[in-house]
Design a protein around this ligand. Sequence first.
Ligand code: SIN
Length: 481
Amino acid sequence: MRRARRPVVVIGSGVAGMATALAAAPAPVRLLCRAADGSGSASALAQGGIAAALGDGDGSGAHARDTLEAGANHNDVAAVRWLCAAAPDTVAWLAAQGVAFDRGPDGRLQLGREGGHGAHRIAHAGGDATGAALVRALRAQVQTAAHVQWRGGVDAEALLLRDGRVAGVRVRDGQGRHEEIEAAAVVLATGGIGALWAHTSNPPGADGAGLALALAAGAAARDLEFVQFHPTALAVEGHSLPLLTEALRGAGARLVDSTGEPLMRDLHPLGDLAPRDVVARRVWQACRQGGGAWLDATSIEGDWRVRFPTVLAACRAHGLDPRRERLPITPVAHFHMGGVATDLDGRSSLPGLYAVGEAACNGVHGANRLASNSLLEAVAGGRRLGAVLAAAAPAAGQGVHRWAERGVSLSPESLSALRGLLWRAAGPVREAVALRDAWRVCAAAADAGWQMRLAKALLRAMRLRRRSLGAHCREDRGCPM
Ligand code: SIN
């Protein structure tokens, strides 16, 4: 009797997971995610667009140079070349999936500019709502794809290891019921770790759960110390704060201090559009010094409801009007350059386990990601990984098996304390004593929950990288402020 082909299990419903699932056809795919309706991914919140060298006089070589410079040349050069070369085709593929990119009257893409880019090369959809547009289009494709079975409302809490290979996953639903799923391959598309910090642009589910699972199973991690802080979130109460997209600065918004003076004066040749780590440190410093920092976007022309509907709605929800008044800002934990170590096909060090998008680290972003390279990498990487999995043979073997458990979760009070600890010790500016003390707290409480163990691993990497590089700024070791 022929055995049914084991599915590829993809964990995560953001664009990386969905692009992987679509490209894996005809292999059967089970797409698992925590929210019952598939919402809650960081992708859906992404305001930036997709970087692609599509403008006159631009080229993938220039895009690659900007990517390397932003990444402090810590990037894997082959990965950067691949990503930048794949970008135009990725935009075309997304348009074919139904993403309505913003175009001018002549039908050509309207290309915006963001920090660290030497050219106008950011394709947007729905103004500052590109992530939501991608999620909508890919979800429509996934829902009609016969090879994909979608399962929301479950949390992956353990990986099945058989003969040294990842061969399945155990999930738990909202009622506490368990299900074990045997898999030809398991893909972590679980996003980043920003929600472990007190203030973040990420949704609460971006808590590193996939990375913690991979570490529990013994997979190698890479570059864990590199966490990007976005310089301009709206400084209001709360944990997940509204982002004020960098595209605002590309359109003419200015960073100012409490007296209205330019915040970035004499700091970087690109001024307000300097790489994100440089701007984030300056904003952090201004906030720490007590004066605060503001984004003045009042000079931006055109219809905000078309150009920046997401920012406009977020500001209004807090009683602010960006067209008439300057906006208080704070840096927020935004993107993890590190993650599960993979090759360009998404293979981790554990056979059968793959990672893609922000959960993975293939070296493409180096020490600091260039703006609008993340949706790009999620889609391009997902398509590449899906094509590999389409051809993958089902895992064989009935040998010795064990479950690698992520372990219990922290209590809400302990999680909140951990977020405060990482905010203070592991923010845009770090130093040895605070990192050591924070690591000790996490080491002492490692059994309290998996988030503590993950934080301990992150802090260890931050302590081991003694010199400043990219987004990892050691105040005690020559951080360029
Ligand atoms: C932004 O719109 O400023 C964020 C875009 C990104 O993170 O690439």
